[in-house]
Design a binder for this molecule. Structure first.
Ligand SMILES: CC(C)(COP(=O)(O)OP(=O)(O)OC[C@H]1O[C@@H](n2cnc3c(N)ncnc32)[C@H](O)[C@@H]1OP(=O)(O)O)[C@@H](O)C(=O)NCCC(=O)NCCS
Length: 159
């Protein structure tokens, strides 16, 4: 599938992200939460993925904290899943993060979210710990995943 990636820009993109949130999560982030995030564009980065017929087919948001990125949310609209878009989106985000100086990436994932876990593992993330009962609706443990410098560097690069 042909797709492109942009940093979130403007209300139409934000509307699209809020729709994807509602289609994807039992506890979606709200407009107010995003408004707060978007006040600090040096820290909070949000990328949307576009297809020829969909302005926002998915998105990924992360914080850049020193030389780490903390991936907060990643989601693809249900009708666009299983086509490689999530993999391409995360690949783009990790490349952008490298450009911004990041050397490591981390995120949390529901223990039962096997599809997302497979995706992260394919991209070089590994389980580094557990946060007990971290999620609500339903209550569930979070796995803490990390991806290290070597994995964030392009092949052959010196860290
Ligand atoms: C997790 C998520 C972002 C993955 O997005 P996606 O676009 O479906 O991801 P991909 O298509 O790149 O990969 C998913 C699967 O599709 C497969 N796939 C990729 N391209 C494919 C294609 N052309 N045809 C068929 N399958 C394909 C991949 O091999 C992968 O299979 P597997 O997970 O069974 O091993 C998406 O499922 C989602 O939004 N889930 C709800 C929100 C969520 O849980 N987010 C993560 C929170 S931590």
């Amino acid at each position: 599938m042909t797709c492109s990636f942009d940093r979130l820009a403007g209300d139409a993109d934000l509307e699209g992200v809020l729709e994807v949130e509602h289609e994807s999560f039992t506890n979606p982030w709200t407009r107010d939460m995003y408004a707060w995030e978007l006040q600090n564009k040096n820290v909070c980065h949000i990328y949307v993925v576009r297809t020829p017929d969909c302005r926002v087919a998915g998105f990924c948001s992360f914080w850049l904290v020193f030389d780490e990125i903390h991936i907060n949310n990643v989601a693809v609209r249900p009708q666009f899943r299983q086509r490689g878009i999530g993999t391409a989106l995360l690949g783009h985000v990790l490349t952008e993060a490298r450009t911004l100086g990041a050397r490591r990436a981390t995120l949390e994932v529901r223990a039962s979210n096997e599809g997302a876990r497979r995706l992260y593992e394919r991209l070089g993330f590994y389980v580094a710990g557990t946060r007990r009962n971290y999620y609500s609706n339903p209550v569930e443990d979070a796995l803490i995943l990390w991806r290290d410098a070597e994995a964030l560097e392009p092949p052959g690069a010196v860290c």
